[in-house]
Design a binder for this molecule. Structure first.
Ligand SMILES: NC(=O)c1ccc[n+]([C@@H]2O[C@H](COP(=O)([O-])OP(=O)(O)OC[C@H]3O[C@@H](n4cnc5c(N)ncnc54)[C@H](OP(=O)(O)O)[C@@H]3O)[C@@H](O)[C@H]2O)c1
Length: 221
């Protein structure tokens, strides 16, 4: 999978666009309006990415990254991402989102609710627990002892593999924690969220959070 569509041209979306272009991906990016509204911004902030409408960026991506504020994700039509591997970077972040009742009461994590909206897509949670400003500075080649790990959770094995490959190409060790609900291990409030972990440390933190019985195997992909 070499084509990435990114929905959201803010801090996270443009940082992922730059990293993905550096990794050799063919990248399209969209905000909520027409492509023309963000063409100049994209040329300056994420050169090499193509500014598109959300519909066109979604169609472009074999992997579609959703990087919009969580309280706005339902403005993306639920069928727009049918058949896609969807990377959910979003967090329930009260200063931005306010209190969202359904996310407050989400024992299996915010991404399971996102999956419930995009029923025709395979949602994979990752890239939510690294600050956008670290994506480029912390990227390292495979095997570098200082390489940082990122958690990955998803229900579909093929989608998880595609996203793990993407994370590796972006310069991070992918650590698959298991099913989508295991993404609770790297949501806000956990040690992994905002922390800087090597792969073994991240897997150990996830195991501790989830308990060995609920974790099918925290493994480096
Ligand atoms: N900030 C971080 O370091 C960080 C790290 C990891 C994850 N996250 C998560 O990543 C998400 C994005 O955060 P951010 O800081 O990048 O937000 P941001 O800078 O406010 O950017 C949000 C972007 O989403 C776009 N958008 C809104 N509705 C859309 C739609 N229906 N279709 C396409 N684009 C749409 C906005 O476009 P318009 O201007 O046209 O509305 C804007 O370009 C949040 O859920 C956040 O919790 C943040």
């Amino acid at each position: 999978m070499n084509r990435i569509g990114i929905l959201g041209a803010g801090r996270v979306g443009t940082a992922i666009a730059r990293s993905a272009i550096a990794a050799g991906y063919d990248v399209a990016i969209a905000a909520s309006g027409p492509a023309a509204d963000i063409e100049l911004l994209v040329d300056v902030i994420a050169p090499g990415a193509q500014a598109m409408s959300a519909e066109d960026a979604a169609a472009h991506g074999e992997i579609v990254v959703v990087a919009v504020p969580l309280h706005k994700f339902r403005s993306i039509p639920s069928t727009l991402l049918d058949g896609k591997v969807v990377v959910d970077t979003m967090n329930h972040w009260e200063p931005t989102d306010g209190r969202l009742a359904d996310f407050d009461a989400a024992p299996h994590g915010s991404s399971t609710i996102v999956q419930g909206h995009f029923t025709g897509a395979q949602v994979v949670k990752t890239l939510n627990h690294i600050g956008y400003h670290f994506l480029e500075v912390d990227a390292r080649p495979d095997g570098d002892p200082a390489r940082r790990a990122l958690g990955i959770a998803g229900d579909d094995d093929a989608a998880v593999r595609a996203v793990a490959e993407m994370i590796d190409r972006l310069g991070f060790d992918p650590v698959v924690t298991g099913a989508l609900r295991t993404g609770t291990a790297f949501q806000p409030g956990t040690p992994i969220f905002g922390g800087h972990h090597a792969a073994a440390d991240l897997a150990a933190e996830a195991e501790q959070h989830l308990g060995t019985s609920s974790l099918t195997g925290a493994t480096r992909a």
